[in-house]
Design a protein around this ligand. Structure first.
Ligand code: AMP
Length: 426
C-alpha cells in the first residue's frame, strides 16, 4: 500500500512514522511535510486544502490512500472533492467537519442530540455579548465560532477579563474573521480528557484516553496554545467512566451524525470535561489531536494503515485496538514567545542524543537550512517516550528533552503531573 499523508506538524510526523512501520505498506509520502518528516519519507510541496494539487500528487505517486492530518482542508471540503474523484481518503465530509469548523454548529448539534455540554448562548455583537457575561454568575468561556488553531478560546476569570476578550475576539483582533460570531458558555469545572474514536459513521472504536496541556506555562498558566504536551496512562480513566463516555457522548454523537445525514469516516476527537455531573463535551475536533497523536501512536500495536483504509472504506473492524500496556508522554518544545510572535531559524542540536535513549522526537516546526536543522514554527518538537508506567515514561521524556538545545527553547516541566498525583482513576 502507498499512502499520502497531508500536513506539516508533529501529528503528521507521528502518522508518517507509524504508517511507515506497518506491514503491507510499501511507501509513505507527505505533503508538504517538514524538516523532520523529510528525513524519513519523500515530501512534496502542496497546500493540503488545494484539492486539485492533492489529487494530482496522489495520481502521480499512484497512492492507495490519502490521510488528512489537519482540520482546515477537512472543513474546506477536501474529502468530498477527492471522494468524488474516486480517491480513497480517511476523514469526514465538509458537512460533518463543521463539528470543528463552527463552534455554534457543534453546540446546536449537541443540543439537538442531547449530548452533555456546557450551557451556552451565541452572540454576534458586543452589546449582546456583554449582557450575557454574568448569565451563569461565575467565570465564562468565550469562543470564536470559526477555526483559530487553538487560540480562539478565552476562559475569563472575571468580568474585566471577559470584556477584554469579547472586544478582542469580536473586533477581529484576536483571530480575524473566525471571531465574527462567538459562543459564550458556562465554565465547567473538572479534569479534561481527550477521547478519540475511529468511526465509519455507524460504529466507533475508542483509542486510549489522553490528557492535553493547553496553556503555555506550568500549572496551566498563560494563554492557550495548540497544545504543550500530552500523556496517556492505563490508570487514567476508570472502566465505569469509560462506559459512560461511550454511552452518553460517543454513541449519541455517531447516531446524531447519521440522523443528520452526515458521512463521517475518520477520527472523531471529543474534548471532554469530567465534571461532578459526569462527562461533558468542551469541543469536537474532526481529526487526530496534536500532540495527543504523538503520545498515542508510540503505544499503538494495531496496523494503522489497514485500520485507516478500512475506516475510509466505511468498514470499521470489529475487534478493539491493541496497545502497549503502560503509559506515554509527549513534551512539546516551542520557540520563545509562542503562542505570540516568535523567531525562526534557530539551530537545533541534540536530537540524536535524545533519541539514543529510546525516545522519539517528532518534528513540528523544523526546516533544513545550510546543512542544519533549524526552528521554523511555534511548536518545534514533540519529545515522546513510553514506559511501563507514567513515572518512567515521564522521566524518559524529560531526560530526552534535557539533551535538546536551541536558542529560546521553552517547554513545560509539568506534563503528566496531574496523572502522577492522581491516586485513583477519573
Ligand atoms: P476548546 O477549543 O473549545 O477546546 O477550548 C480550549 C480550552 O479552553 C479547553 O481545552 C479548555 O481548557 C478551555 N475551555 C473551553 N471551554 C471551557 C468551559 N466551558 N469550561 C472550562 N474550560 C473551558
Amino acid at each position: 500500500m502507498k499512502i499520502l499523508v497531508l500536513g506539516s506538524g508533529g501529528r503528521e510526523h507521528a502518522l508518517v512514522w507509524k504508517l511507515s512501520q506497518c506491514p503491507g505498506v510499501e511507501q509513505v509520502y507527505c505533503a508538504p511535510g517538514n524538516g523532520g518528516i523529510a528525513r524519513e519519507v519523500p515530501c512534496y510541496p502542496a497546500n493540503p486544502a488545494d484539492s486539485a494539487r492533492v489529487a494530482q500528487l496522489a495520481s502521480e505517486l499512484n497512492t492507495d490512500l490519502i490521510f488528512v492530518g489537519p482540520e482546515a482542508p477537512l472543513v474546506a471540503g477536501l474529502v468530498d472533492e477527492l471522494t468524488r474523484q474516486d480517491y480513497l481518503v480517511a476523514g469526514p465530509t465538509r458537512q460533518a467537519a463543521r463539528l470543528e469548523g463552527s463552534k455554534i454548529f457543534a453546540k446546536h448539534f449537541m443540543q439537538r442530540h442531547k449530548i452533555p455540554t456546557a450551557d451556552f448562548v451565541t452572540c454576534e455583537d458586543l452589546a449582546a455579548a456583554r449582557a450575557n457575561i454574568a448569565r451563569w454568575g461565575g467565570p465564562v468561556a468565550i469562543k470564536a465560532d470559526g477555526l483559530a488553531a487553538g487560540k480562539g478560546v478565552v476562559v475569563a476569570a472575571d468580568r474585566a477579563e471577559a470584556e477584554r476578550a469579547l472586544e478582542s475576539i469580536l473586533s477581529g483582533k484576536l483571530v480575524g474573521e473566525a471571531g465574527k460570531k462567538i459562543v459564550l458558555e458556562q465554565r465547567l469545572i473538572g479534569e479534561e480528557v481527550s477521547f478519540l474514536v475511529l468511526t465509519d459513521g455507524a460504529r466507533a472504536l475508542p483509542l486510549l484516553p489522553t490528557q492535553d496541556h493547553k496553556q503555555v506555562f506550568d500549572d496551566d498558566r498563560g494563554p492557550n496554545t495548540g497544545g504543550m504536551g500530552a500523556y496517556s496512562d492505563d490508570g487514567m480513566v476508570s472502566a465505569s467512566l469509560h462506559r459512560r463516555i461511550m454511552e452518553e457522548i460517543i454513541s449519541p454523537t455517531i447516531d446524531g451524525l447519521r440522523a443528520d445525514g452526515m458521512v463521517y469516516r475518520g477520527i472523531l476527537y471529543c474534548g471532554l470535561m469530567i465534571t461532578a455531573d459526569g462527562p461533558k463535551v468542551i469541543e469536537y475536533n474532526v481529526r487526530f489531536g496534536d500532540p495527543e497523536t504523538q503520545a498515542l501512536l508510540v503505544r499503538l500495536d494495531t496496523n494503522l494503515a489497514e485500520l485507516a483504509s478500512e475506516v475510509a472504506r466505511g468498514q470499521l473492524p470489529a475487534s478493539p485496538l491493541a496497545w502497549k500496556p503502560g503509559a506515554s508522554v509527549c513534551v512539546v518544545a516551542c520557540s520563545a514567545g509562542y503562542p505570540g510572535e516568535y523567531p525562526a531559524g534557530r539551530v537545533i542540536r541534540g536530537i540524536e542524543e535524545a533519541e539514543a535513549s529510546g525516545a522519539k522526537i517528532f518534528h513540528a516546526g523544523t526546516a533544513a537550512k545550510d546543512g542544519h536543522l533549524v526552528t521554523a514554527g511555534g511548536r518545534v518538537l514533540g519529545i515522546t517516550a513510553s514506559g511501563p508506567d507514567l513515572a518512567s515514561a515521564t522521566r524518559a521524556a524529560y531526560e530526552a528533552a534535557s539533551k535538546i538545545h536551541f536558542d529560546g527553547i521553552h517547554y513545560r516541566r509539568d506534563i503528566a503531573r496531574k496523572g502522577l498525583l492522581r491516586t485513583q482513576p477519573l
